[in-house]
Design a protein around this ligand. Structure first.
Ligand SMILES: *[C@@H]1O[C@H](CO)[C@@H](O)[C@H](O)[C@H]1NC(C)=O
Ligand SMILES: *[C@@H]1O[C@H](CO)[C@@H](O)[C@H](O)[C@H]1NC(C)=O
Ligand SMILES: *[C@@H]1O[C@H](CO)[C@@H](O)[C@H](O)[C@H]1NC(C)=O
Ligand SMILES: *[C@@H]1O[C@H](CO)[C@@H](O)[C@H](O)[C@H]1NC(C)=O
Ligand SMILES: *[C@@H]1O[C@H](CO)[C@@H](O)[C@H](O)[C@H]1NC(C)=O
Ligand SMILES: *[C@@H]1O[C@H](CO)[C@@H](O)[C@H](O)[C@H]1NC(C)=O
Ligand SMILES: [Ca+2]
Length: 527
């Protein structure tokens, strides 16, 4: 494996840097371009170089006590099942197999490996979890390779986390019989197409016992997946980057903060578990290769160790571990991820404009637009350029003014709804007026809204000595009734204390009343 890795790396570097040779600008944040107007800086996508992440990973194995050697234990091998002279002893450095031997740099051809206890508790399953953490979002740039000494597991799951280990999702299933182990049909990475490249598959390619010492590696194949877009030898990285830019979920598929190997059944060296020799079943891993680059949202070309953690060196006035925020004082425009592609094909390093009312933008796939999220200050819209319902835009204020949207303040009783027009005018109910609909037209009185006057001192006077109460009703003398006190209670032979008005007078006053009502009506409907 040592040989394999060192052989692979230069080739790998060449492949990963192939786009640099053809499209030099892609790995730089900006370059000087000469135009008719002289030289100008053109901004391009930037991302840090791919690196061997083995050096930075933190390894945790579970359950406790899964590592062999405490107490010391004898074990056999599948090749020589009856020669069980090997021993694992945690207290002896020469015989110990601690987890860090999965990430050490082996020297002088000496293979070092982590090893588990043997399957002496069969038929209870022999389970082990290996969790690899970086405390940083990373993007795979090459195949993950895990080297198993003494046989590859027959059942295993590779999981990943995008949120520092809070939640996990399967990345790939491995089994000698996928249907049997996971109830899913086996697939090969070679079967994947552009349409289903992000599918989580179960593969039988890395779990079978072939009896050959060279079949030690279990890989998660990134290169064949890239090749779907970049061609067989990854010569057309543009093709890949274009898809990374546009295809939903493609970039996320290769992104992770943690990886976990769930070892579910060791190599058997045959079809059945031999109960009389369980000392030959265990897991042993000598190396884990993870080549990746820091995810910096295309805003950094470098990623450094800061206080023991990887950290993007952010450009474009961004900040944060992944350059996922705007720097203080640069929040007028909202944060947006950079782009792989230079204009006009992409939108390199431009931001989404929210006029300072939001610092979050989101890409809506089916509309192909970038839109502000959670607009504040009572704004709304793709760029937070409109006012929320119930607010209107102050025409003399700038769009990025915090108080650009002014509350309509429509009177609840007097207006038809909460909305107002562009100059703050609410829509009023009949008889109501004023910008906020909190005043009455002449001839109307206010009582939780405007109502037409029943009586007043001019045209709709109360008759027969009645008095008008707040334009709402006439208070009549005892002998009179009716809205305007126009009816005598003495009619029909009743005795009255005071004399009634002559009938002719009543008729005249009624006619007058009708005339006055008409006039009021005409007055109120006039603009
Ligand atoms: C391994 O991790 C999974 C979750 O990813 C958990 O359900 C399981 O119990 C763990 N197994 C061991 C042996 O710790
Ligand atoms: C993870 O990284 C962040 C940012 O660099 C740091 O603040 C935090 O302490 C780190 N956590 C661990 C467990 O190292
Ligand atoms: C992906 O799509 C191709 C063609 O449609 C199909 O042959 C293949 O089986 C699919 N792979 C998976 C894992 O679904
Ligand atoms: C970052 O801010 C500076 C002003 O401080 C500005 O000149 C520069 O264009 C900004 N860069 C980007 C990529 O917006
Ligand atoms: C509108 O904005 C101007 C300028 O900022 C300000 O002077 C004025 O008071 C604002 N008007 C309202 C109704 O808020
Ligand atoms: C809003 O309504 C008022 C009153 O109806 C009108 O004078 C004004 O022109 C309207 N403003 C707009 C922008 O429509
Ligand atoms: Ca090793």
């Amino acid at each position: 494996m040592l040989v394999q890795v060192t052989l692979l790396s230069p080739l790998l570097l060449l492949l990963l840097h192939a786009p640099v040779l053809t499209q030099a600008q892609y790995d730089m944040c900006r370059s000087l371009v000469s135009t008719d107007d002289g030289a100008v800086w053109e901004q391009y996508a930037c991302q840090p170089k791919s690196q061997d992440m083995k050096d930075h990973m933190r390894i945790r194995v579970e359950p406790p006590g899964i590592t062999c050697g405490n107490p010391p234990e004898r074990f056999c091998t599948l090749e020589n099942p009856y020669l069980c002279s090997d021993e694992c002893d945690a207290s002896n450095p020469d015989l110990a197999h601690p987890p860090q031997l999965m990430q050490d740099r082996e020297r002088g051809g000496l293979v070092t490996y982590w090893q588990t206890v043997t399957w002496s508790r069969y038929p209870e399953p022999l389970l082990a979890n290996i969790t690899l953490s970086w405390n940083k979002s990373l993007e795979l740039t090459d195949d993950i390779q895990i080297t198993f000494e003494y046989g590859r597991p027959t059942v295993m799951v590779l999981e990943k986390s995008l949120n520092y280990g809070r939640t996990w999702q399967p990345f790939q299933y491995y089994a000698d019989d996928c249907q049997d182990a996971f109830s899913i049909p086996p697939r090969r990475v070679q079967d994947l197409t552009a349409a289903n490249v992000t599918r989580v598959i179960c593969t039988e390619d890395h779990s079978r016992w072939v009896g050959s010492k060279n079949d030690k590696v279990v890989s998660f194949q990134v290169r064949p997946r890239f090749a779907i877009f970049a061609g067989e030898k990854l010569v057309n990285m543009d093709g890949l980057y274009t898809r990374m830019e546009s295809m939903k979920g493609l970039r996320d598929f290769f992104t992770f903060t943690d990886l976990r190997l769930r070892l579910l059944r060791p190599a058997l060296g045959g079809t059945y578990v031999q109960r009389d020799n369980l000392l030959k079943y265990f897991y042993a891993i000598s190396n884990i290769e993870v080549n990746a680059r820091c995810k910096c949202n295309l805003h950094a070309s470098q990623c450094n160790m800061v206080d023991g953690n990887l950290q993007c060196v952010c450009d474009h006035n961004t900040t944060g571990q992944d350059c996922q925020r705007c720097k203080k004082g640069y929040k007028a425009k909202s944060w947006k991820a950079g782009s792989y592609l230079p204009t006009p094909n992409g939108t390199p390093n431009t931001y989404c404009e929210c006029y300072g009312h939001s610092n979050r933008c989101s890409y809506i796939d089916y509309l192909n637009i970038v839109t502000c999220v959670s607009c504040k200050h009572n704004t709304r819209g793709q760029n937070c350029q409109h006012c929320r319902m119930g607010y209107y835009k102050n025409a003399s204020a700038e769009l990025d003014d915090e108080s650009v949207c002014v509350e309509c303040g429509c009177n609840q009783m007097g207006s038809l709804h909460d909305r107002c027009n562009g100059t703050g005018f609410c829509q009023c109910k009949d008889g109501t007026t004023g910008t906020k609909c909190d005043e009455c037209f002449p001839g109307y009185y206010w009582k939780q809204g405007c109502y037409q006057n029943v009586c007043d001192e001019e045209l709709q006077m109360c008759q027969n000595g009645g008095t008008c109460f707040q334009n709402q009703r006439c208070i009549c003398p005892p002998d009179y009734k009716g809205v305007l006190c126009q009816h005598s209670r003495c009619e029909g032979g009743k005795k009255c204390s005071h004399g009634g008005s002559p009938p002719t007078a009543t008729v005249t006053s009624l006619a007058l009343l009708q005339l006055s009502l008409l006039t009021t009506l005409l007055l109120t409907t006039a603009p």
